[in-house]
Design a protein around this ligand. Structure first.
Ligand code: GAL
Length: 371
């Protein structure tokens, strides 16, 4: 067995404290009272593993290298009438801690069983301890009845019947299209709530939390403030990059600026990573390009992976880990994790491949290169 107790080996099998491969894909991490918690999708073998048959798995660690299996934080249900019935979709779970309620709040992308990805819903569950079990509160499409902040008065109009019918005739498979109607879908979904697929949750320095999700058939990102208890949308959101087709959002804040990692929309297949920056979370957002450095194929497909999370390393300045998934849709359980240190060049985060690295990397001064 590979000894992984003192280093990261991106893309290689990563075993837990019992010698079993860590099963927590599309991960979100939480640092709480000296311990890291890693939450992710528990996958099973084969193609069936692309939907939820077990639930959200959680592991804990003190050092980020060795992980203890803490079991299933949110379990699927055997009741066919339950939203989270075995075989539904639960993706990209993210857990945040709310200091006022002292509850751990989990958000995830939810799709009802056997209905593809058109549900585009957000699920919420809460727990009193980080490892759960989490109590499922429900799912919904966010921001029903709320207009995005950054829309004009003319755009704040629901679609009429004819516009609805024209839109219903369009195929919107979730990737870029020449006829993508980039100023229409949020109006269609005004009453019922906005579509929400790939997602993350980010807690800012002032404790305000935000839900970022691919909306409008993946064509537009939404950044949506959460309520003070983090359990609902607060009713304030913006649309970012309409028609840009970003997914896999992962947000970090560094020296007062927000950096958003994302990908294009090619399903489980990797594509070139993307990085965007803003001085305010509400924008304006600017696209900076591909943050990956290195030769050819490595950087054009984000090292074969897709962004899931950025982890600030506790107790270290300027230390962030880019966390991504190498999906294996034909045998989902064999998906791999790619953890790489974020470096800064000209005050912009970049990522370079490392076969093997450890947290000492962040002690090197050279990683803060100025070109
Ligand atoms: C990916 C997405 C995954 C999953 C998959 C399904 O693009 O990032 O979380 O939804 O598509 O095809």
């Amino acid at each position: 067995m590979t000894d992984l107790s003192d280093c990261f080996r991106p893309g290689e099998a990563w075993l837990d404290d019992r010698g079993v491969a860590i099963n927590a894909h599309g991960p979100g991490l939480l640092f709480h009272e000296g311990t890291y918690y890693w939450f992710g999708e528990h996958k099973i073998e084969g193609r069936a593993g692309n939907s939820a048959h077990v639930g959200v798995h959680v592991y804990s660690s003190q050092d980020l290298y060795s992980w203890k299996d803490e079991g299933i934080a949110l379990a699927v249900s055997d009741d066919p009438a339950h939203d989270l019935v075995r075989g539904c979709i639960i993706e990209r779970p993210k857990v945040v801690y709310n200091r006022s309620t002292r509850r751990f709040v989990m958000w995830f992308h939810h799709e009802p069983k056997d209905r593809g990805y058109n549900g585009s819903r957000s699920g919420v569950a809460v727990a009193d301890t980080p490892t759960g079990p989490f109590r499922y509160l429900g799912n919904f499409r966010p921001n029903a009845g709320v207009w995005p902040e950054n829309t004009t008065t003319e755009q704040r109009r629901e679609l009429n019947a004819e516009e609805q019918a024209r839109l219903a005739a369009l195929e919107l498979p979730g990737g870029p299209l020449p006829y993508y109607p980039k100023q229409i879908l949020f109006r269609r979904d005004f009453a019922g709530g906005q579509m929400a697929r790939d997602m993350t949750v980010f807690v800012d320095d002032d404790s305000t939390a935000y839900h970022l999700y691919s909306s409008e058939a993946n064509g537009t990102l939404h950044i949506s403030q959460l309520s003070d208890d983090y359990e609902r949308p607060a009713g304030k959101y913006v649309r970012v990059f309409p028609g840009g087709f970003h997914e896999a959002p992962a947000l970090m804040k560094w020296r007062g600026r927000y950096f958003l990692f994302s990908s294009g929309c090619t399903g489980w297949a990797p594509n070139a990573g993307r990085l965007s920056v803003a001085d305010s979370i509400w924008g304006p957002w600017e696209e900076l390009g591909n943050p990956c450095l290195g030769p050819g194929s490595l950087i054009t497909n984000t090292f074969g992976a897709q962004s899931a999370f950025v982890l600030p390393v506790a107790g270290r300045n300027d230390a962030f880990i880019f966390i991504a998934d190498r999906w294996r849709p034909e045998n989902a359980i064999d998906g791999r994790y790619v953890w790489l240190p974020i470096q800064f060049m000209n005050d912009v985060p970049v990522i370079a491949w490392q076969d093997r690295w450890s947290l000492d990397f962040f002690d090197q001064q050279t990683f803060r290169t100025k070109l």
